[in-house]
Design a protein around this ligand. Structure first.
Ligand SMILES: [Ca+2]
Ligand SMILES: [Ca+2]
Length: 454
């Protein structure tokens, strides 16, 4: 069933959280101090000040209303902020900023009437202290009148010490950052994605992770920043009025195409009086609207102390793009909204691959070198497939292709191959596995080292 009604959960939540709406048409003059440019990289040998504690917030920074719970959702990086695409981070009279995340990326966006100017994404990935460790980044964007922008990534790596002086620009990191901007009638929009691999030690972003993140239009006059705000990566957001408490429960939110998203939306009336609930609408939110089955349930009321559960069941179609999506629920009393919530899930490939190769150097006269590819299934049904090993010229492998079955979702099997080195080979050996299952073929490459026998 399709419900021809647009549910604007982001705005509903913003209203429930008491955040002012973005005044797009009448941008007020910014009350910020004059903008500052990024400082040049200090000369090598600039003495780091290792004993200073983190800088206190300067008095000139105004109080900011930010939503530090970052919702999981995959936006389209095309320079346009669409309904249901972004989770709001901060709203001011002159600009609005957004953060989303999924398992592979962090996403940031800015809509601003205040151009030209600067936009900085400041990240303390492990939230272990700004300027501490090797996880401190400033992604800097300079906004031009015509909507173009320049990009630089500053990477602060200081080991265990504290030092704003130890900065390095990371050209290789800048290349990994995807950003698209547009200027539409004086409203400038910038959308950015940052891959998880930029941050040392991070393989995947996961629910509950706490990261230090700040989106700001200015740095302090000395080019440093405040300690980034603690942001938590979340998979659901709810806001109920009065004594109405709302929640989502989902057993498994990493779902392969063809499998079913199964979740529950739970309402509880914690008050002493009946709540005038007249209906609940469940539907795909924003961009997922056309992929997710929707329904509306009619209520007379929700009695005092009672709980009501709405089941969400929707088969993930084969054409639904990979990434994180949102389902929304809206609690109605006639035309009034008593509450709303969004919950996310991630559409994933049917399986993931990892390699298990010799960690230590192998001597070239060793006859049975063991190479494995580990296949983790995301399909609820048994996953049958084939794994093929591709070695450089001259390597022997008696059985280079194997069949495998992964019995259940979340479990893994390894396909193991024994190989023998050609005579006299030494050095790094590239290995490629090609795995096909469920109509999807994936490849993974890795390497191990061969040394001459003693
Ligand atoms: Ca977009
Ligand atoms: Ca840090």
């Amino acid at each position: 069933m399709k419900i021809g009604r647009k549910i604007l959960f982001a705005l509903a939540l913003a209203a429930a959280l008491g955040v002012a709406a973005f005044a797009q048409d009448t941008p007020a003059a910014p009350v910020e101090p004059a903008k500052t440019e990024m400082p040049a990289t200090p000369a090598a040998g600039a003495a780091p000040d290792l004993n200073i504690e983190e800088p206190a917030a300067p008095a000139s920074i105004p109080d900011r209303a930010v939503d530090a719970n970052v919702f999981r959702r995959t936006p389209v990086i095309d320079g346009s902020v669409k309904d249901g695409e972004w989770d709001t981070y901060e709203m001011t009279s002159s600009y609005q900023s957004y953060i989303d995340w999924d398992s592979k990326h962090l996403y940031f966006a800015l809509r601003s009437a205040d151009v030209p100017g600067n936009f900085y994404v400041v990240i303390d990935a492990k939230n272990d202290g700004w300027y501490r460790g090797d996880d401190n980044y400033i992604f800097a964007f300079t906004v031009e009148e015509n909507g173009t922008h320049l990009k630089s990534v500053r990477f602060y790596k200081t080991g265990d010490g504290y030092s704003p002086a130890s900065m390095v620009t990371g050209e290789e990191h800048a290349k990994l950052v995807n950003s698209v901007s547009k200027n539409d009638d004086g409203i400038y929009t910038l959308e950015v994605s940052v891959p998880v691999g930029i941050f040392p030690g991070f393989k995947m972003f996961k629910p509950g992770m706490v990261m230090g993140i700040d989106l700001t239009k200015q740095l302090r006059t000395d080019g440093t920043v405040e300690r980034p705000s603690e942001c938590t990566l979340v998979t659901k957001k709810v806001a109920g009025m009065g004594n109405l408490s709302l929640d989502f429960a989902v057993a498994d939110d990493m779902i392969a195409r063809g499998d079913t998203l199964e979740a529950k939306f739970v309402m509880k009336n914690k008050g002493g009086e009946d709540a005038a609930v007249s209906g609940v609408v469940i539907a795909g939110e924003g961009l997922s609207e056309s992929f997710i089955s929707s329904h509306k349930s009619v209520y007379n009321s929700l009695k005092s102390g009672k709980k009501a559960v709405e089941s969400i069941k929707s088969v993930i179609p084969q054409d639904m793009p990979l990434g994180a999506w949102a389902v929304g629920a809206e609690v109605l009393s006639g035309d009034q909204r008593l509450g709303a919530g969004i919950m996310s899930f991630e559409v994933v490939e049917p399986f993931d691959l990892d390699t298990v190769l010799p960690v230590k150097d192998v001597t070239s006269d060793f006859s049975d070198i063991n190479l494995k590819v580990k296949i983790k299934s995301y399909r609820r049904a048994k996953l049958h497939g084939t794994a093929k090993l591709v070695m450089p010229e001259g390597w022997e492998c008696a059985v280079p292709e194997k069949k495998f079955t992964v019995s259940s979702k979340g479990s893994s099997v390894s396909a193991a191959f024994k190989v023998k080195a050609p005579l006299g080979v030494v050095g790094k050996v590239p290995v490629k596995f090609i795995v096909t299952a469920d109509g999807v073929t994936k490849e993974i490459e890795d390497s191990f080292s061969v040394v001459a026998p003693k």
